[in-house]
Design a protein around this ligand. Structure first.
Ligand SMILES: [Zn+2]
Length: 320
C-alpha cells in the first residue's frame, strides 16, 4: 500500500535533494485513530532556485490558494509585483489576464493552463500515489533536459513565441498614428481608440505591454517613430540567457522505495471518499483513489512565465 509509505517517500526526497521541502498533510479527526491523506506538497530546491532566478513572477493556481509553505518557498512576500492567474474567473483582472493568456495560447496551447498541466500528467494521475509522484518527477526531469536543448533551436536571442508576437504587433502597428510629446511619451491612435505610450516606463494604456513584456502595436509605432528597434524593448524574461537560468540547477537522483527500509514514520491511509457530482456512491474503493488524485492535483501550484512556463510543486516546466 503506497499511501502507508508516503512519509518515507517525503524523507527520501528531502535527504537526497538538500533544501527541498516535502509536506504530507493528514486528517486525524475524520476517523479517530487514523491518519487520512489530505495532500502531498513538494518543492524541489533545484527547481525553486531556477524559478527564483529565471522566471517572471506570474503564478497560476488551480483550485487552491498560495499560502503556508508555498508562499515561503517561493519567497512571495506580501505579493507585491506578483501577477496571479486563476481558473476561478472571479475578478476582472483575472478575466483580462485570461484574455492575454488566450492570445499567447494562439500558438497551439490550451487557454486554461491549469487544465493543460492536468492533461500533461493525465496518465500518471491514474496510478497509485507514489508511482504517480515518481512518474511526474521523471517527466519533469526529462523535460528539464528537453528545455535546455530546445533553447539551442532558437534562431534569435528571444524565444520563438515572443518573436512571433513581436512580428504580429509590428504588422498591426502600421495602422497606428503617432503623436510625440518629447522623446518618451506618445499618443497613439488606432482607429477610433487612443492609447498613451511611455517608452521610458515601458507602458501602454492598453496594458498589453506591461502584461506580456512584449511591445504592443502602439508601443512599436512609437518606437519606430523614435527610429529605434522594437526587439530591444522585449523584456529580458524572453532572452535565452534568462531562459537557461531556469534550468541551470538539476534535481538529484533518488533511490527506489523498494531499496529503502521501513521506518517508524506515521502510517498514512487513503482519504475518505468525497461525494462526486453526478456519480453513484457504490464503488467506494475507486472513489478513494479518485479523491486522492483530485486532492493531489488541486494542490498543484504552477507559475507561468511570459511564454507559458509551468511551475508545479515539481518546478518550472515550459509547455509548448
Ligand atoms: Zn498598447
Amino acid at each position: 500500500m503506497e499511501f502507508a509509505r508516503l512519509c518515507d517517500y517525503a524523507d527520501n526526497i528531502e535527504q537526497t535533494n538538500p533544501g527541498s521541502i516535502c509536506l504530507v498533510k493528514t486528517d486525524r479527526n475524520l476517523e479517530p485513530g487514523k491518519n487520512l491523506f489530505k495532500y502531498f506538497y513538494v518543492c524541489f530546491d533545484a527547481l525553486k532556485k531556477g524559478w527564483l532566478e529565471g522566471c517572471r513572477k506570474i503564478i497560476g493556481f488551480d483550485g487552491c490558494f498560495l499560502k503556508g509553505a508555498c508562499k515561503v518557498d517561493l519567497e512571495l512576500g506580501d505579493g507585491a509585483g506578483l501577477t496571479i492567474m486563476s481558473d476561478m474567473q472571479k475578478a476582472s483582472f483575472e478575466v483580462k489576464l485570461k484574455e492575454e493568456l488566450a492570445a499567447l495560447g494562439k500558438l497551439g496551447k490550451e487557454n486554461n493552463m491549469c487544465e493543460t498541466f492536468n492533461s500533461w500528467i493525465l496518465a500518471p494521475r491514474h496510478k497509485s500515489i507514489i508511482t504517480m509522484l515518481e512518474d511526474i518527477r521523471h517527466k519533469v526531469v526529462r523535460r528539464h533536459v528537453d528545455m535546455i536543448q530546445f533553447a539551442e533551436t532558437w534562431i534569435t536571442d528571444i524565444s520563438h513565441m515572443a518573436r512571433v508576437i513581436l512580428e504580429e504587433n509590428k504588422e498591426l502597428s502600421r495602422k497606428c498614428k503617432v503623436l510625440s510629446f518629447g522623446t518618451d511619451r506618445f499618443e497613439v491612435d488606432e482607429y477610433e481608440y487612443r492609447y498613451i505610450v511611455n517608452l521610458r516606463r515601458r507602458t501602454c494604456t492598453c496594458r498589453s505591454w506591461q502584461l506580456r513584456g512584449i511591445p504592443c502595436a502602439h508601443a512599436i509605432s512609437a518606437i519606430y517613430h523614435q527610429e529605434e528597434e522594437p526587439y530591444n524593448y522585449v523584456d529580458h524574461w524572453y532572452r535565452k540567457e534568462i531562459f537557461l537560468k531556469v534550468y541551470q540547477y538539476f534535481l538529484e537522483p533518488i533511490p527506489n522505495m523498494k531499496m529503502r527500509p521501513d521506518t517508524n514514520n506515521m502510517v498514512i491511509e487513503p482519504p475518505a471518499p468525497k461525494p462526486m457530482p453526478g456519480r453513484p456512491q457504490k464503488k467506494k474503493r475507486k472513489a478513494n483513489l479518485d479523491c486522492a488524485i483530485l486532492d493531489f492535483s488541486s494542490c498543484i501550484l504552477l507559475s507561468i512565465q511570459t511564454w507559458i512556463d509551468y511551475f508545479v510543486f515539481f518546478g518550472p516546466v515550459h509547455v509548448f
